[in-house]
Design a binder for this molecule. Structure first.
Ligand code: PMP
Length: 435
């Protein structure tokens, strides 16, 4: 695959080298730190991505998940541009699309009675734990080991892969994250133990989980896990936060909460909630709990302070509103999910055909594949990362080899399908995997 990058990607290589003079590391986006070097993209459209050297790729990065309809979806663009032409991208004051978006989300997820726009999934996670502390008056936050809930000081703790220490979040004093505790992913007993320990020291304000398991189900959990966490939260009078940054609208209009029929107290949104446009974030829940969020400077007693110059701007709210509307009308979650099923089946057949120690699994449009299998195995054996430290490089190499065969994945181990995939993109992908 190195030959491909040497011969076909010279424009990208040159631009990244130049960019390194003005941008730390040459790229700004953490998904772009690709091996052997980042590709410079000209455009993403539908199921494809085009680099500046004129190469076309089947695009399973899909910008990291916000584009269930496919990238640069024209019918939504048209409507968003109409709103921007009329209102401008930002007003700083209330706009009808804020209300329309909140109503649309409530239609999809009835437990989200009230919704507050924020700037990103990271911000929304940060605000959710602040609301939980305000509402309960309790201190600790509990998350699953290896779960990503954005990069705020208190949640970036044990990011991604806790057992390899391949990632260290510097610049955060220990005291700042001292009240964030972690349980072993999927292990209800380890969660109970931490909740019990917290009772002796300030209690637990919230348990935050991704209902399908950390990192969009990279560490899959049992189907009844979310329901069991709900029971524990009730027992310990702790709020349950679902981080649905990836799953909301993607696994179905009702999100993971609709899928499992488990009620969270707070739901965190990102990605699809702005339809692939910027400022994708928000938090929602019952009227009682959401009343803890103060608008603007009038934060008083028992109010969690939240701000943001650009939040709830007409552009992002209209984009979210029209994208979600279109996702429902087009039945996009089901279509994207079927594409994910087909891909996962095809990859499994290849694994069987060549008798490889790889693993693949999916939740609809979220497809995982592990060329070393360790993420998956880590559910049973946390020490697996120590046993196979070269894992990260396998994944990087596999991702690069797929890219050289015309298929872009998320870090060489995840695929987000969209409604724009079709038999051609799936066939091309499986051919690349086979190669
Ligand atoms: N939570 C989850 C589950 C995520 O996948 C992400 C982003 N990948 C975030 C939170 C953070 O969202 P953002 O990148 O918009 O800050």
């Amino acid at each position: 695959y190195m030959k491909y990058f040497d011969e076909k990607c010279q424009g990208s290589k040159k631009m990244i080298e130049e960019a390194k003079k003005v941008i730390p590391g040459g790229v700004q986006h953490n998904l772009a730190f690709n091996y052997p070097f980042p590709l410079v993209v000209e455009k993403a459209e539908g199921a494809y991505l085009y680099d500046i050297d004129g190469n076309r790729y089947v695009d399973y990065l899909q910008a990291g998940g916000p584009t269930l309809l496919g990238s640069n979806y024209e019918p939504v663009n048209q409507k968003v541009w109409e709103v921007v032409k009329e209102s401008g991208p930002v007003t700083g004051l209330f706009h009808p699309y804020e209300k329309m978006l909140a109503e649309k989300i409530h239609e999809c997820m009835p437990w989200v009675e009230m919704y507050r726009c924020l700037a990103s999934g990271t911000e929304a996670d940060m605000v959710a734990i602040r609301i939980a502390r305000t509402y309960t008056g309790k201190k600790n936050i509990v998350k699953a080991g290896g779960a990503y809930h954005g990069w705020s000081d208190q949640l970036v703790y044990s990011l991604h892969i806790p057992y390899t220490q391949t990632f260290e979040a510097h610049g955060i004093p220990k005291e700042v994250s001292a009240n964030t505790k972690e349980f072993y992913p999927g292990d209800i007993n380890s969660l109970r133990k931490i909740l019990e320990e917290n009772e002796k020291d300030g209690g637990t304000a919230a348990v935050i989980i991704e209902p399908f398991g950390p990192e969009s189900g990279t560490r899959p959990v049992a189907m009844d896990f979310a329901a069991k966490v709900r029971e524990l939260c009730d027992e310990f009078q702790t709020l349950l936060i679902f981080d649905e940054v990836v799953t909301a609208f993607r696994v179905g209009p009702g999100g993971a909460q609709g899928f499992f029929n488990v009620k969270p107290d707070l739901t965190v949104f990102g990605k699809i909630v702005s339809g692939g446009y910027p400022m994708a974030g928000g938090v929602g829940g019952s009227e009682e709990i959401m009343s803890c969020v103060a608008a603007g400077v009038k934060a008083g007693k028992k109010k969690a302070y939240v701000g943001g110059t650009l939040t709830a701007n007409p552009l992002s709210c209209a984009a979210g509103y029209f994208a979600i509307d279109e996702i429902i009308k087009q039945d996009a979650a089901r279509k994207a999910g079927e594409n994910g099923d087909k891909l996962c089946d095809g990859i499994q057949k290849l694994i069987d055909k060549y008798d490889l120690p790889f693993v693949t699994w999916n939740t609809g449009s979220i497809v995982h594949f592990e060329v070393s299998g360790v993420m998956y195995l880590s559910v049973q054996d946390p020490d697996i990362f120590k046993k196979i430290p070269e894992r990260q490089h396998y994944i990087e190499e596999f991702g690069a080899a797929l890219t050289a065969n015309g298929v872009i994945t998320l870090a060489g181990s995840r695929i987000y399908t969209s409604m724009a995939d079709n038999d051609d993109t799936i066939a091309q992908t499986l051919a690349a995997f086979e190669d």
